[in-house]
Design a protein around this ligand. Structure first.
Ligand SMILES: Nc1ncnc2c1ncn2[C@@H]1O[C@H](COP(=O)(O)OP(=O)(O)OP(=O)(O)O)[C@@H](O)[C@H]1O
Ligand SMILES: [Mg+2]
Length: 232
């Protein structure tokens, strides 16, 4: 599967989610390729380099892609890996537009803040553009990410309500939720995924559970996702 983490807002959790899903995929025994398509920052590339330098297993393969042949490069790489995870920058870029043409699933981490909700129009426009080059459907999967852990807040439900109110075809909200937790930043700084941290801390255990749910929903329930895409 080619999974694209992409949006037009910075700092929503695209890179952290890509890194953690890469670790989960590799721990599940899959050959996964991490694609850093945000050359300006290169955060995913730097995180993966830190991981290799520290000799953390499973080792991850990574590449940086930039420019107008991004889609072509992704298609060349597709058959060499079980899964490809692409991390784009938080803005409308050539790489994002190209990746949208070849991705099987578009993951959009976001919070239900007004500024992020306003980006939905742009995301809709990008989807329409991509559909002009695709023969298969493309569904934007909103992920409530960096979500509030306050018991009175339900960021996923709020995102869902926004989508329903707007009646946006081609977008849905994933069931999994990634909350704002120190475990993510702790793992990031060591070239790890949260599931590689010691589990003594309750926050780490919660982070592991939510990343595993996301991994399950995206990759293991893939048949259901594919069916939902055909229905859409
Ligand atoms: N679930 C989380 N809990 C706590 N901190 C997080 C979480 N997700 C991301 N962060 C922190 O927020 C910052 C931005 O995250 P990240 O780099 O993943 O966002 P991004 O969407 O890739 O940003 P950009 O658009 O600039 O590429 C990072 O410092 C990261 O450690
Ligand atoms: Mg990023």
């Amino acid at each position: 599967m080619i999974l694209l983490a992409g949006s037009v807002k910075g700092g929503t959790g695209k890179t952290v989610t890509s890194a953690n899903l890469g670790v989960e995929r590799a721990r599940a025994g899959k050959q996964v390729l991490l694609v850093d398509a945000d050359a300006d920052q290169g955060n995913l590339n730097d995180w993966a380099a830190l991981r290799s330098e520290a000799g953390i297993e499973p080792a991850l393969t990574r590449v940086m892609l930039k420019g107008r042949d991004t889609a072509q490069q992704l298609l060349r790489l597709r058959d060499k890996f079980d899964d490809i995870i692409i991390d784009c920058g938080g803005f409308d870029s050539q790489e994002l537009r190209q990746a949208l043409v070849v991705a099987d699933l578009w993951l959009i981490p976001m919070k239900p803040s007004q500024f992020q909700i306003w980006t939905l129009d742009k995301l809709l426009e990008l989807r329409e553009l991509a559909l002009g080059f695709r023969t298969t459907p493309l569904q934007g999967c909103l992920l409530a990410a960096r979500a509030s852990t306050h018991p009175a807040h339900d960021d996923r439900a709020t995102l869902d309500a926004v989508l329903r109110q707007r009646g946006l075809d081609g977008f849905r909200v994933l069931n999994a939720v990634i909350h704002e937790r120190a475990a993510y930043t702790m793992a990031e700084g060591q070239g790890m995924g949260v599931s590689e941290l010691p589990r003594s801390d309750r926050g780490v255990r919660s982070a592991v559970a939510e990343i595993q749910s996301l991994h399950q929903e995206i990759f293991e329930d893939a048949r259901e996702t594919a069916a939902a895409l055909v229905e859409a």
